[in-house]
Design a protein around this ligand. Structure first.
Ligand code: NAD
Length: 475
């Protein structure tokens, strides 16, 4: 049974009664799963008041108490992973194994925050006079407003909630209305783990209206957003106008560089599997493939062959390796990328057309012989599309990789230590993965540079965005 969505405000679960609602559609078959209630202005005001009131005591809660709640959430995530994962597959579309895997990994995120929140240290600064004592403390910033998307609905929400709660902040979270089940499950887990009322509040609505209202509120001191670059820029501008702190995890267009000395077969197989993860709706998905001309043909053979064998289907079917796109509106966008490539001389080696029938299915697609200014080489595809082009000059390929305003993730395949070091220094990206995919672990920082964002989530940096620095000097 798909859970009836609710608002969670001041420790209470509020139904859709009397509120505007929005349909939740299963992307695999277009069936209506349920309705998500929109928060009224009165609901938002109540959430703001609850978060402000809860902050007065939560800011002084002991790290031990916070840690205990986060640990309990980790345990509940593991216990409930199958059930939450099933709901996530229903409303988001990803294969069940991927959905369950996302939740299990997030249990580790909760554990990591439980550990790190006990290490939010200050420091003592040696004074110029023996009578003076000066020290630095890091305090929770206050009430946070967070906005999370639909592609990793559990992961992106729980990381923000864990960071806020662990730092001693309170939070109002607006999750994705189109795939709400993961965020509803998060509300239930924190509630069941004993989080005091008002520390976490969940609202839904028209994204632009809710974010505008919350960011303008003087109660909110910090804004965290994961989503597209244009929306991120709008929210950052509004937050800036009201002098609020921000964490922005935005889009990317991750270059892959396969050098001539790479283990080409391994690279091709690994990248094919990584490309179709979450149907390519991953901000760090490999999206621009530059392969040295000497290994280009052999890379393409294996890459295309591996993708050809991928089973596309309903995420609840046991053998499905790639599910539908989360939204029907994205299917014609995929076709536009392909059409633009073909109009510029591109060759479609695999896929290229929607699979038709019910559901938002678009197959893994490989396109070659495209110029640098093709739409697919400049705009984030956010789907199962892989443009592959050859290169000869290792310096030039780095310039091509850095040419876009994005700077999220990047991938390098080489067996030369020198090439690996040179590329990792030269790539303008928040994350560089060499010969494997190793990002997004709880203990490692995740974030972008340039248009891809501001701030990191995870790693020892995870609380930085939720803390302010206070200097105290006394005689
Ligand atoms: P979109 O920009 O319309 O929405 C992206 C997310 O932001 C959604 O969850 C949406 O509800 C939310 N959003 C939109 N406007 C908002 C606002 N004014 N205030 C608060 N939240 C708002 O894009 P889309 O069509 O849903 O997704 C496609 C694009 O979004 C992709 O091309 C990709 O770049 C980006 N995206 C990135 C991530 C990421 O992990 N960085 C996640 C999802 C989507």
């Amino acid at each position: 049974m798909y859970e009836t969505p609710f608002l969670y405000i001041d420790g209470e679960f509020l139904s859709g009664e009397g509120r505007k609602t929005e349909e939740i559609i299963n992307p695999a078959n277009h069936e209506v799963l349920g309705h998500v209630p929109h928060a009224s202005q009165a609901d938002l005001d109540r959430a703001l008041a609850a978060a402000a009131r809860a902050f007065e005591s939560w800011r002084d809660s002991s790290p031990m108490q916070r840690s205990e709640i986060l640990r309990k959430v980790a345990q509940l995530s593991r216990e409930r992973a199958q059930e939450i994962g099933r709901h996530m597959t229903l409303d988001q579309g990803k294969p069940l194994a991927e959905a369950v895997g996302e939740i299990i990994t997030c249990a580790d995120h909760a554990d990591w925050h439980a550990e790190e929140c006990r290490r939010i240290y200050g420091r003592v600064i040696p004074a110029r006079s023996p009578q003076v004592h000066q020290y630095v403390v890091r305090e929770p910033v206050g009430v946070c407003a967070a906005f999370t998307p639909w592609n990793f609905p559990f992961n992106q929400a729980i990381r923000k909630v864990c960071a806020a709660v662990g730092a001693g902040c309170t939070i109002i979270l607006k999750g994705p209305e189109d795939a709400p089940s993961a965020v509803l499950a998060i509300a239930r887990m924190f509630h069941d783990a004993g989080l005091p009322p008002g520390v976490l509040n969940i609202v839904w609505g028209v994204p632009a209206e809710v974010s505008d209202y919350l960011i303008r509120s003087p109660i909110v001191r910090k804004v965290s957003f994961t989503g597209s670059v244009p929306v991120g820029k709008q929210l950052a501008a509004l937050a800036g106008a009201h002098m609020k702190r921000i964490t922005m995890e935005l889009g990317g267009h991750s270059p892959v560089i396969v050098f001539e000395d790479a283990d080409v077969q391994k690279a091709a197989k690994q990248l094919a599997k990584f490309k179709i993860r979450n149907a390519g709706q991953v901000c760090v998905s490999p999206t621009r493939f530059y392969v040295h001309e000497k290994v280009y043909a052999s890379f393409l053979d294996t890459f295309v062959e591996t993708l050809k064998g991928i089973k596309v289907g309903d995420g609840l079917e046991a053998d499905t390796e790639m599910g539908p796109l989360a939204h029907a509106r994205r299917v014609p966008v995929m076709s536009r990328f392909v059409e633009d490539s073909v109009s510029r001389g591109g060759k479609v080696l695999l896929g290229g057309e929607p699979l038709g029938g019910k559901g938002n299915f678009f197959p893994p697609t490989v396109i070659t012989e495209i110029p640098d200014d093709a739409m697919i080489m400049t705009e984030e595809p956010f789907g199962p599309l892989a443009p592959v082009v050859p290169f000869t000059d290792p310096e030039l390929v780095i310039r091509q990789a850095n040419a876009l305003p994005f700077g999220l993730s990047s991938y390098v395949y080489t067996t030369s230590l020198q090439t690996a070091h040179r590329a990792s220094r030269a790539l303008e990206a928040g994350m560089v993965n060499i010969n494997h995919f190793g990002s997004a672990l709880p203990e490692t920082p995740f974030g972008g540079v340039k248009d891809s964002g501001i701030g990191s989530e995870g790693g020892t940096e995870t609380f930085d965005g939720y803390l302010v620095t206070k200097f105290v000097t006394a005689v």
